[in-house]
Ligand binder design. Structure first.
Ligand code: UT7
Length: 336
């Protein structure tokens, strides 16, 4: 076997974050009027109290651009400096072109390559790893990673099993080289495609194109086997966060702050227990936005930064799971 050369890599970190949250709020009380549900059921089973719904005249790329502009401003980076734009989403504006290309055009990021990542709710962590690899090896200096979702557009508003869970949002982060010893210390990614049927949108792809017959069927919308995904989530969140810590050479007691995917407060609490972290060290905003899939982690990260929960030198863990099935965790020593 040819031995791999030892490559000197550049440390990479997040130097700015941003979000876009639609103005329209849909509360549990609103949902009580739409399906057979109750505020009590939704709150106790999920922790969600309200979620945001994208405006009629907008799409995923518009929210992605708004979040990106805020992240670029906070990072002090101009669109012309961006080498690569990654958009993690399961609700692209169109089948193609990639939403990342639409963002590239809107931002006038003239020197940026652009493509989408389809890794469900783990998409942002996948994006961090992809983006950071380009910078680590010296190929690129600046990567914009965005998680953006218009889940309300693929929600079956007659299905109480799913319609109470999801919301729309976008979050963005700017990656750049950072001081030695800071930035992304490790990333652990995984997938188990045998669980793909547990969380999917079956109609509209090449296997089952939209037809006159299926265009009003429930298969036109997001489907989730909630209980099975729940069991998988509880197991994988802790496991993959611990693996990312191990790769970084750290222990659970080294963690200053946890930013978990915001799907369900019970899943978040289970992850915190597995990492032996008190809930004061865990960011939670699921009550305000519900599950925003790929946007969930970058939105939570941005809010944690703005609320002063994370300071330079803190070791934070981002962890998520989602459609695919996929999972991902990253340990970051905050660099700014
Ligand atoms: O981001 C990645 C993707 N998604 C997730 O992370 C979600 C993972 N799953 C979950 O969070 C939970 O499984 C749910 C919140 C979806 C469901 O909670 P659960 O405790 O697993 O409930 P369940 O599926 O076991 O259902 C319990 C009951 C059922 O009634 P029966 O069959 O026991 O009579 C459901 O029909 O609750 C019923 N139910 C509802 N009742 C009122 C399901 N949805 C609702 C609802 N309102 N909205």
């Amino acid at each position: 076997m040819i031995p791999l050369p030892v490559v000197k890599t550049v440390p990479v970190g997040i130097i700015g974050t941003g979000v876009y949250l639609p103005e329209k709020v849909l509360t549990n009380a609103d949902l009580e009027k739409m399906v057979d549900t109750s505020d009590e059921w939704i709150t106790t089973r999920t922790g969600i109290q309200e979620r945001r719904i994208i405006g009629d005249n907008m799409a995923t790329s518009d929210m992605a651009c708004a979040a990106a502009r805020m992240a670029l401003k906070n990072a002090g980076v101009s669109p012309r400096e961006i080498d690569l734009i990654l958009v993690a989403t399961v609700t692209p504006d169109m089948m193609f072109p990639a939403t990342a290309c639409l963002v590239q055009a809107q931002l006038k990021a003239l020197h940026a390559a652009a493509f989408d990542i389809s890794a469900g709710c783990s998409g942002f962590v996948y994006g961090l790893e992809i983006g950071s690899q380009f910078i680590k090896t010296g190929n690129y200096r600046t990567v914009l990673v965005i998680g953006a979702e218009s889940l309300s557009r693929i929600t079956n508003w007659h299905d109480r099993n799913t319609c109470v869970l999801f919301g729309d949002a976008a979050g963005a982060a700017v990656l750049k080289p950072v001081e030695e010893g800071f930035g992304i210390l490790s990333v652990e990614l995984g997938a188990d495609g045998s669980g793909g049927d547990l969380l999917k949108l079956a109609v509209g792809g090449a296997r089952t194109p939209i037809t006159e017959e299926n265009c009003h069927s429930p298969d036109r919308y997001l489907y989730m086997a909630g209980r099975e995904v729940f069991k998988f989530a509880v197991k994988i969140m802790g496991e993959c966060a611990l693996k990312a810590l191990e790769i970084a050479g750290l222990d659970r007691k080294d963690v200053d702050y946890l930013i978990p995917h915001q799907a369900n407060i019970r899943i978040i609490e289970a992850a915190a227990r597995r990492l032996e972290l008190p809930m004061e060290k865990v960011f939670v905003n699921v009550q305000k936005y519900g599950n925003t899939s790929a946007a969930s982690i970058p939105v939570a990260l941005h809010e944690a930064v703005v609320e002063g929960k994370i300071k330079k030198g803190d070791k934070i863990v981002l962890v998520g799971f989602g459609a695919g099935l996929t999972w991902g965790a990253s340990v970051i020593k905050w660099a700014v």
